[in-house]
Design a protein around this ligand. Structure first.
Ligand SMILES: [Zn+2]
Length: 313
């Protein structure tokens, strides 16, 4: 399919935060030499616009604060519902990103047996600094996330393979992309609360299950990821109580272990109860309080309609 390249209208939105500023334009971030050093410092760029974005992190969740970098000005339609938004300097990687996107999307859609399609926009950052601007925090070049929705599209953010060595590894890149696409499918099917510390409070799909499903699918796309996870599980002796992994996994002390446990538990549940039952419960979450605590032990999970306000599992 031909790539129809059009100006991204959301560009205006991303520039708003910089208006009135006397700082150097954020477009300087597009320079390839503007890479994050090992120590977290920057080369030859003005960090003020970034610092202002970083300050927002103190008061807003990622799903509220993320914003497209003004350097991402172009858009390529991959399918009626799938688009890649990018900077002009990244046009040469579009064919390979497009192919990987379609494969990852197709795998996840098949996994959930979904008949409908999701509208997904990839926001491909030309540099790590652009990605940091979008998420309001420091990150590495392999960081990828599915922070929420904008203008009806589900958004995924990452750094262009031209500026990220990690994203040039096709096996890893396609698996992590499938992971992020899974977040959007889980969110669409279950209508779960966006990433925040409110999942438990709202008796909503626990993050250990959502991150677990993302990693189960990631491990299907990447055998090397699956092997690494098995090795790590074999080496780990102490685990969290699942109740500690309900909200954003960064809330537990050892985030890496939290993710590993999410994978381990969810893989076991999918093997024991079958993915059809897990998917059924995700749909049930829309109008019901589902007792997700019962899932690991019994496989059968009680649920009650959400209009019964005083019921707690
Ligand atoms: Zn995830």
């Amino acid at each position: 399919m031909r790539c129809g390249i059009v100006r991204a209208y959301e560009q205006r939105q991303a520039v708003v935060g910089l208006e009135g500023s006397r700082q150097r334009p954020f477009s300087t971030f597009c320079r390839r030499e503007a890479r994050v050093k090992e120590n977290g410092g920057m080369n030859n760029i003005d960090r003020s616009p970034l610092q202002r974005r970083f300050d927002i992190r103190k008061s807003q969740y990622l799903c509220e604060r993320f914003e497209k970098s003004p350097n991402i000005t172009e858009m390529c339609s991959v399918a009626p519902h799938l688009r890649i938004c990018y900077a002009p300097c990244d046009a040469s990687v579009l064919p390979s990103v497009r192919e990987t996107f379609l494969l990852a999307y197709g795998h996840v859609k098949d996994w959930f047996g979904s008949r409908g399609d999701l509208a997904i926009d990839l926001w491909m950052a030309p540099t790590v600094a652009d990605l940091e601007y979008m998420i309001c925090m420091a990150c590495g070049d392999g960081y990828m996330c599915a922070p929420g929705t904008r203008n009806g599209a589900n958004i995924i953010l990452f750094v262009s393979p031209l500026s990220s060595e990690k994203n040039t590894d096709r096996d890893r890149f396609s698996a992590v992309l499938a992971h992020e696409v899974t977040h959007h499918f889980v969110s669409d099917i279950s209508r779960a609360t966006m990433f925040s510390m409110k999942r438990k409070e709202n008796l909503d799909v626990p993050l250990w299950l959502e991150e677990g499903l993302c990693q189960v699918i990631q491990s299907e796309v990447s055998p090397s990821f699956a092997a690494r996870q098995s090795d790590e599980i074999a080496k780990t002796t102490e685990w969290y109580a699942l109740g500690d992994l309900w909200n954003d996994l960064s809330a537990c002390g050892d985030e890496r272990k939290g993710y590993l446990q999410a994978f381990k538990e969810t893989k076991a549940i999918v093997a024991k109860t079958g993915k059809a039952e897990v998917i059924r419960l995700l749909y049930l979450n829309r109008p019901h309080y589902v007792d997700w605590n019962a899932l690991p032990d019994e496989g059968k999970t009680p649920a009650k309609a959400r209009y019964v306000n005083d019921w707690r599992p």
